[in-house]
Design a protein around this ligand. Structure first.
Ligand SMILES: NC(=O)c1ccc[n+]([C@@H]2O[C@H](COP(=O)([O-])OP(=O)(O)OC[C@H]3O[C@@H](n4cnc5c(N)ncnc54)[C@H](OP(=O)(O)O)[C@@H]3O)[C@@H](O)[C@H]2O)c1
Length: 289
């Protein structure tokens, strides 16, 4: 790993699981780490734990619910007000089976939290990333994106709940969107020195399945109990954010710190461009709002 001393990294979803471990590792490498947390108390608890485990860690907490476009804008404004550059942005926050179906903006919760929030945040922080030292955008996707056979374009913000897409597609769709976002972002960042990569962290024991209900709700915790913990899940995001081995590498999908091939749909350049345009529209970015 490269030393991260003098760098500033932002990790979303840093209050638990893979995000907390990623933040800890980056802080241990010397970075100043901004922990973005949905809940202020949980963010502070993560900061205290990281500082206890790594006494020299330089960490600060910022609070935002990434499902809210207004709160994403406030978070970006706060980061810009307190920092003049960003060297790594780890888009890690994610939800599998939210309790609320819709956000305050009327968007499907999983798509908004897992894709539109990071899309908007990254776009609003682009200038800060371009001022960083060969900054890196790292987005935590998932191998479950392979479950998506077709993108329900007319119903994406509704979470793919159309008959054609079937039920339960919201999470895989949001993770496919993470990969398409990364591909298009890498293309758009070409020549800036900023790279964009995404990854599957492995199936690891975290709180991710806590709100799953029904039969799956009984099975998921049993399966996850047998899986490795968040330390393992943090390896690939930390690698992509810090390793000299991937300096200049962009537009990739990684598993176990190695390049991997996502689904054919995830490699579709036209779908990536269309997802970008739709995301600009849904977040109001295209209107400069
Ligand atoms: N665990 C796995 O096997 C696995 C596999 C593939 C991909 N992933 C991906 O890994 C990432 C991290 O998940 P995890 O497994 O570490 O699960 P986790 O322990 O549940 O962590 C998820 C994090 O995201 C935050 N979050 C959720 N909704 C949010 C919102 N609306 N606004 C801001 N933050 C929000 C959570 O905050 P709170 O603490 O407030 O809940 C938490 O910090 C996710 O993107 C997930 O899709 C996980």
């Amino acid at each position: 790993m490269r030393t991260m001393t003098g760098t500033t990294c932002l990790v979303t979803g840093a209050s638990s699981g893979i995000g907390k471990e990623t933040a800890l590792r980056l802080a241990a490498l010397g970075a100043t780490v901004i922990l973005a947390a949905r809940d202020a108390a949980r963010g502070e608890a993560a900061r205290a734990e990281i500082q206890e485990r790594e006494p020299r860690a330089r960490v600060e907490v910022m609070t935002a619910d990434l499902s809210s476009l207004a709160q994403v804008r406030e978070l970006a404004a706060q980061v810009r007000a307190r920092h003049d550059r960003l060297d790594a942005l780890v888009n890690n926050a994610g939800v599998l089976s939210p309790r609320q179906p819709l956000t305050a903006d009327g968007l499907e919760m999983t798509f908004a939290t897992n894709h539109l929030g990071p899309f908007l945040l990254t776009s609003l922080l682009r200038e800060l990333l371009e001022r960083g030292a060969a900054a890196r955008v790292v987005t935590v996707a998932s191998a479950v994106h392979k479950q998506v056979r077709a993108i329900p374009w007319d119903d994406l913000a509704g979470g793919g709940r159309t008959e054609r897409a079937g039920q339960g597609q919201a999470y895989p769709l949001s993770k496919l969107a993470n990969i398409l976002f990364t591909a298009e972002l890498a293309r758009r960042l070409s020549g800036t020195g900023v790279t964009a990569n995404c990854l599957h962290p492995g199936f690891v024991r975290t709180s991710l399945g806590r709100d799953v209900t029904g039969v799956a709700g009984a099975i998921v915790p049993l399966i996850l109990r047998l899986r490795p913990g968040p330390v393992t899940g943090a390896r690939t995001p930390v690698y992509l954010a810090s390793s000299p081995e991937v300096a200049g590498v962009t537009g990739g999908y990684f598993v176990k710190c190695r390049p991997a091939q996502p689904s054919a749909l995830a490699r579709d350049g036209q779908a990536a461009a269309r997802m970008w345009a739709l995301s600009e529209d849904l977040t109001g970015l295209d209107a400069g709002r």
